[in-house]
Design a protein around this ligand. Sequence first.
Ligand code: TYD
Ligand code: MG
Length: 431
Amino acid sequence: MRWSGKCDSCGEWNTLVEEVVRQESAGRGARAATGDARVYPITRVDAQQDERLRTGLVELDRVLGGGIVPGSMILLGGDPGIGKSTLMMQLGRAETRILYVSGEESLRQIKLRAERLKVGGEHFLVLAETNLDAILRAVQEQKPDLVVIDSIQTVFRPELESAPGSISQVRESTAVLLRHAKSENIPMIVIGHVTKDGVIAGPRVLEHMVDTVLQFEGDHHHSYRIVRGLKNRFGSTNEIGIFEMQENGLREVSNPSEVFLSDRSHGISGSCVTSSLEGTRALLIEVQALVTPSNYGTPQRTMSGLDARRVSLLLAVLEKRFGMHVGQYDVFVNIAGGVRIDEPAVDLAVCAAIVSSARDRAIDHATAVVGEVGLGGEVRSVGQVEKRVVEAEKLGFKRIIVPRGGIADKKKRGIEIIEVDLLAEAMEKLV
Ligand code: TYD
Ligand code: MG
């Protein structure tokens, strides 16, 4: 026994959490060994998928890969107050028999919220309980189509010594719920509070156990909320669902491009629109840049919604291949609306916004820009250009700059397609 402050495995400080180990009874291991452990040839395995449960929210179903798989377990993580409980209660608007278990609010509070969200009906069952045994009993009695646990940090097993919310309670409770979900074939959604860097002990350790991990994000200053799949055993993880928090709950945003461009002002330098791909959807977003003379020795580079290293790289390319010197300037780049974009297809738009601000000349309002920028100053092709072009056309853009060779049929469209090979070429056409 000695004091230990640093994790031997990952080298991080102050991340160790006490965990009380329970004595395993001898019977448990013995029973597991005599269980059904037959081996099958893969051809004999029945892969008939049961139908997925539709949540009634198209945005959420898309992220889940088309609905909830029977018997699966979903972890919904997110900052406190972001709207997890609201989202889950809104599932009650569909006809699904839902058992909503809350350990955070009283039945009266749940009722008040339900009234505000216009959720009701005999199919929406509520239980204010934190004792896991009582919760499981209710599940067994009611046999609902879906169980929601709000939140896993409040649930506890009385047999365990540690406090609710501690790592062993959270993990053990989840394991028990998981076994139940699988054996009864009842899907469960478990809510977990996580801060961005995952400091609250708990939900992070659950990510390996559950089938699907969803992250509910957005900042408190914007009303937009995004559901993102971080892990999905039954679908892809690159889809997002967009919601807007309103007076009476979350509204699905089915045409996000309009929303993200709604505040755009005319004739301002440093703004460029790009068509970004999120999963299967193209999304038009505005990249904003501000380039100003620096007052300090080390110029500032502040990014929001973008990878800072990627923007530094683009600044270096602009310097070397385009002759734009930003060494004495502060550069701020922002994605409007509080979204985060990680794909390199926004590169050209970021460069255009920076050049536009540096020259203080606005980019034409009806022009969109798509393309990855290489270190040689070349504009590289990006995936699914066609989809991006169609989205821009749909929103009334007149011109779009794309990497050469991505579009087969350039005529007979409502949008002019301008192909470019080089960054410099694109910049001269834009600003
Ligand atoms: P909540 O779902 O309680 O968050 P979480 O469960 O993730 O902690 O949402 C809380 C916030 O949402 C709160 O700040 C109020 C706001 N809200 C609305 O704006 N409209 C609504 O209809 C509801 C129910 C909540
Ligand atoms: Mg809540």
